[in-house]
Ligand binder design. Structure first.
Ligand code: EPU
Length: 348
């Protein structure tokens, strides 16, 4: 079924809880309706402009949207045993990712537990390669079913072609903008114990004498997230606002000399050397060092327990309020450290 609504308030549909209007909202709940939903979107407004939006958890509406928003609401999932304790779970793009994770953990399936409580839809997580605590969504995806809008056909894209990387995928590549609409995502999970406990606080689980289960790891992740991150039901946010910057080898050496000149002991800079020798620095640390943690600017604020997160502090922030704070942070980090932070949140 396809539902079409006109001139809707987007506040309930974006986790930042920013008020903005969309000229048209087009929702469909079965795979087969995807082509007609896209055709409806193309005709819906004079400009023919449209965009696809899942759970609205990684988006900032800077203005009203004059086109149509297409929302895949394909829900439900099914499981297929593959043998050797492996299970293939195929979920609709509109499934709330955390509902799926709660269920797979309850069933004793390993894979998605570290991604617990990530807000948004299965489709959104698969497009952005949402990640947390040492795991990325793409790690467990085997294939994705999508409607190829340009070629006008349903396609199945196998893992090898999905081009997963840090918060990126085939779907995020500039040349593929507007090409696909993701409809169904298949994950391969395992009944055999394979916890990923490399992230600091998770290591505690290993020393406890209890048997580690997916549900136990999930509970730990839920506790960690609740202590650091705002609950989207209480405070509008879009998770990490910026990506963690990655410096090439040469830029890292330059950065270290800037640190020394700033009186910061280079050894105190948290960083992770990646396999190709480039270095990832936590944006949270850079923002923290610039004194932004817990600071408010108008209706927007930097979360006091995790400065990588910008929140709608009063519940009344507009897109421009959020952007004003974003720009102030970017400018400050650039002038102090020579690093330009890039937002992870998509601006519309
Ligand atoms: N830090 C500070 N001050 C703080 C908090 C953190 O200096 O107040 C520094 C510390 O050095 C800390 C480091 O930042 O070790 C990293 O912090 P954290 O482990 O909380 O993770 P992150 O790099 O800030 C990333 C993801 C999160 C994900 C966590 C956990 C990105 C952009 N963000 O954050 O993802 O939950 O790791 O794996 O990669 C999201 O994308 O929405 C998201 C929340």
């Amino acid at each position: 079924m396809i539902t079409v609504l006109e001139n809707i308030d987007l506040r309930p549909y974006n986790t930042m809880r920013v008020g903005a209007k969309a000229a048209m909202w087009i929702e469909f709940d079965s795979l087969e309706d995807a082509p007609a939903a896209i055709e409806t979107a193309k005709m819906a407004t004079p400009s023919g402009k449209y965009m696809i939006m899942g759970g609205g958890s990684n988006i900032l509406f800077c203005n009203d949207y004059s086109g149509a928003i297409v929302h895949p609401a394909v829900i439900g999932w099914e499981a297929k045993a593959l043998g050797n304790g492996k299970m293939e779970i195929t979920a609709g793009a509109g499934v709330e990712f955390d509902n799926l994770i709660a269920s797979t953990c309850r069933s004793g399936l390993w894979g998605l537990e570290n991604l617990s409580l990530i807000p948004g839809s299965v489709g959104g997580a698969a497009v952005q390669n949402a990640g947390a605590y040492g795991v990325e969504t793409g790690d467990y995806i085997s294939e994705i079913r999508a409607w190829d809008i340009e070629a006008e056909k349903f396609v199945v894209i196998k893992k090898e072609s999905l081009d997963y990387g840090y918060r990126t995928s085939l779907f995020k590549k500039a040349e593929n903008a507007g090409k696909y609409i993701v409809l169904e995502v298949s994950f391969i999970l395992s009944a055999e114990s394979c916890p990923k406990l490399d992230y600091g606080p998770l290591k505690d689980l290993e020393s406890d004498s209890v048997k580690i289960t997916p549900d136990l790891v999930r509970q730990k992740i839920v506790d960690i997230r609740n202590s650091k991150l705002p609950k989207v039901s209480d405070t509008g946010s879009a998770g990490s606002f910026f990506k963690n910057p990655v410096l090439e080898k040469g830029s890292w050496a330059e950065f270290i000399s800037v640190m020394t000149a700033n009186g910061i002991e280079p050894d105190s800079v948290p960083h992770f050397v990646l396999p190709d020798g480039s270095v990832k620095i936590p944006a949270a640390w850079l923002i923290d060092k610039c004194g932004w943690k817990g600071k408010t600017l108008g209706n927007a604020a930097v979360w006091s327990h995790q400065p990588l997160i910008i929140v709608n502090a009063t519940g009344k922030a507009s897109g421009s309020d959020i952007v004003a704070l974003e720009k102030a942070i970017v400018e400050d980090v650039r002038s102090r450290f020579g690093i330009t932070l890039v937002p992870e949140v998509v601006h519309v």
